[in-house]
Design a protein around this ligand. Structure first.
Ligand code: F6P
Length: 359
């Protein structure tokens, strides 16, 4: 008999359901008795004791369903040790829920912040297993997070669709891709969609270099240019600002432009007079059904988590490294971000074929 608690926390993505299905099917097929408690809206459900008992039937037919059957919410790690508005100690409350339900383990699906709280609960003595979700693919200790490839497909499709209209009108287009801190999604969608210029947070841009790339294309007789720009793209000048000054700068920018892409569009227009449009696919990148790659990855990660639970081997993130599923100690990966480096082979390949990073 095993009692498992499960929650999905942070921004959602595709394949959350597929991963939970992998865990529960992996357990149900190997145990006579299994109780699964699903917490509502991430850590909130664990803190306030909002949960439902689920049966393995609840996990049938959800392989292809996007979103999460449990609901999700953002519960910032930095506030976990801060009592709520009624003075409730959140960490103690989570522990109480865990012990009250006599759980053997908590299966926690989420990104970086979620992982930090999972590690905190491990330090507090709870049995936890973390499964790495995020369209950002920025979790250290795994080559791939589930949700990433599905989001790459959607962002690529957006760039593909812009291509035809950009070419008809001979315009410059910016497609803004999700990713405030890291540029994996923009890099991959940009390369897959044939973007001409890719701007990511890890490689600060120089506006003049962007203009050079645009002029080069015009000289070559190309009628249009497509820029894939990450939400967190940053100029060389801004990259050297202190945290405080950057915050001020972003507050000022928000008064004039809805996002970074509009600011870049404005700079390009002022310098070149070129006709320029911005498209923001936004949360569509996190929506809909998981792609085939993510369904396979989720099944592999989820069923491996089930194996760890059966072996009572806790305190890990389950990741994938060189196509092998691996358990990574939470104390090793929690709090680390996996970023694109300028030496990344995809960046190098992109540069070799003439894609500009504005650097
Ligand atoms: O972390 C996933 C992510 O989709 C980021 O790429 C994006 O910047 C952010 O979440 C958006 O967050 P929210 O859903 O809270 O607007």
């Amino acid at each position: 008999m095993k009692r498992i608690g499960m929650l999905t926390s942070g921004g959602d993505c595709q394949a959350l359901n597929a991963t939970m299905r992998g865990v529960v099917k992996g357990l149900a097929n190997n145990l006579d008795e299994l109780e699964v408690y699903g917490f509502d809206d991430g850590y909130k459900g664990l803190i306030y004791g909002n949960y439902r008992m689920l049966s393995s039937k609840d996990f049938s037919g959800i392989l292809t369903r996007g979103g999460t059957i449990l609901g999700s919410s953002r519960q910032p790690f930095k506030l976990m040790r801060v009592p709520d508005e009624k003075g409730l100690d959140k960490v103690e409350a989570m522990k109480q829920t865990y012990y009250k339900l006599r759980l053997d383990c908590l299966v926690i699906l989420g990104g970086n912040g979620t992982q930090k709280t999972a590690n905190l609960l491990r330090e507090e003595g709870l049995n936890v297993i973390h499964l790495p979700k995020t369209i950002d693919n920025d979790i250290w200790g795994t080559d791939m997070t589930f949700g990433f490839q599905s989001a790459v497909n959607i962002a690529t499709e957006a760039i593909d669709q812009i291509h035809t209209t950009a070419s008809s009108h001979g315009r410059v287009f910016i497609v803004e891709v999700m990713g405030h801190k890291v540029g994996w999604l923009t890099l991959h969608a940009g390369v897959a969609g044939g973007a001409d210029i890719i701007l990511i947070p890890e490689i600060p841009y120089d506006t003049e270099k962007i203009i050079d790339a645009l002029n080069k294309r015009t000289k070559e007789g190309k009628r249009f240019t497509i820029l894939a720009v990450a939400e967190g793209a940053i100029s060389k000048e801004d990259a050297v600002l202190t945290k405080k000054d950057m915050k001020k700068k972003l507050e000022e920018r928000a008064k004039k432009f809805p996002s970074v892409s509009y600011e870049i569009a404005d700079k390009i227009f002022k310098e070149t007079g070129l006709e320029i449009r911005v498209t923001v696919p936004g949360h569509t990148q996190r929506g809909g059904s998981p792609c085939a790659y993510d369904r396979v990855l989720s099944t592999r990660l989820g069923s491996y988590a089930a194996k760890l639970i059966l072996e009572e081997d806790y305190g890990y993130m389950v990741g994938i490294i060189n196509d092998k599923i691996k358990k990574v100690p939470l104390e090793e990966c929690a709090g680390k971000l996996k970023m694109v480096t300028p030496k990344d082979q995809t960046v190098e390949a992109a540069k070799r074929i003439g894609i500009s990073f504005g650097d």
